[in-house]
Design a protein around this ligand. Sequence first.
Ligand SMILES: [Zn+2]
Ligand SMILES: [Zn+2]
Length: 233
Amino acid sequence: MSRTRKNKYLVDIRNHLLEALKDVLIPPACPVCRKPSSAPVCTQCMQAIEVVGGKLCPRCGTSGQGETCTNCRSSELYYYQARHFAYYAKTIKVLVLRYKKQGMHTLAGLLARFLEICYNSHYSAAPIHYLDGLPSVPMARICRCLESNLKIPYANNFKKIGPAAKQKFLSAQDRRLNPQGAYKVARSLKFAGKNLLLVDDIFTTGSTLNCLARLAKRAGADKVYLLTLARGV
Ligand SMILES: [Zn+2]
Ligand SMILES: [Zn+2]
């Protein structure tokens, strides 16, 4: 064994030992309420998840009368369908914050599992060739978990090309226009004639995802399905 490989091997062993030791010294806790829990999320926090259900707008997946909502009728949408696991509140809101802002990378698997449940409810029969998401490290981690669980290849075909202005400081019109200059499709041929599953954490206005769907369609994609963890409330 070479010296470099041996060092890597020793570092791997050390990391495994540290993880095992951590579980002994610090009992596992629910990442939401921090109370001791052997499950990934405690029962009480799991029960607080408000899953999106009932009659949905067939297009954007918003709860309603089961007909295309007024927003979808008046908007130019490039995605074929959008579906969301839960509402952005309580447990889901805390999990997303812990994952994205507080560096709890280990939550990627759990968040991907929630997305998988939503996928199985709505898209399992859809002919999807690739999955993809916003080009960010947290989203890439979730996409890789989904790639492994759903057996759909992660295209990783969107690239950031400009600094997207902070969405919260923009007007509704600027929000719609902003992402177009911020992202591009890296390899157009990859999307040509393919159906895409576009994954994200939160769907509020859907503008960023709609713009990514537009870029994918312009690159020749056939249908773009959106799958998000949470519908903004
Ligand atoms: Zn809890
Ligand atoms: Zn709608």
